[in-house]
Write a new protein. Structure first.
Length: 123
């Protein structure tokens, strides 16, 4: 079975996804802080264009992150040509670490929030 980098999100289109995340109290929804977190986790300086921070890393062909309406939005495009399991696992770990550092929520907490939102939408 092939593995690809695909973050849990609201929308998936052929390895592309856009996700939105709430910030935990005390985690400021500021672009400059998000930029520092990206640099710290991925060890790559993101490019800034139109308020969106963009970088390329491992199994991520392109990652765009921005803050809007006090939420973090992340758009990812997977590099489906990457087959090296170590690269894929490293990319997934760094992506999860980035989300936790940026939002303050662990993967488990983000999953719980996503389930809650889906259940709320169904009612």
């Amino acid at each position: 079975m092939e593995k690809h980098f695909l973050p849990a999100s609201h929308k998936h289109i052929h390895g592309d996804s856009i996700s939105e995340y709430k910030f935990k109290r005390g985690f400021k929804p500021e672009g400059e802080r998000i930029k520092k977190v990206l640099e710290e986790i991925f060890q790559v300086a993101p490019q800034e264009n139109g308020g969106k921070l963009t970088l390329h890393y491992g199994a991520i062909k392109e990652l765009k992150a921005w803050v809007e309406d006090k939420k973090l939005f992340v758009e990812t495009q997977s590099d489906l040509t990457v087959k090296d399991t170590n690269v894929i696992l490293d990319t997934n770990k760094k992506f999860r670490d980035f989300l936790e550092e940026a939002t303050g929520y662990t993967a488990k907490e983000r999953l719980k929030q996503a389930k809650k939102e889906v259940q709320g939408a169904d009612e």
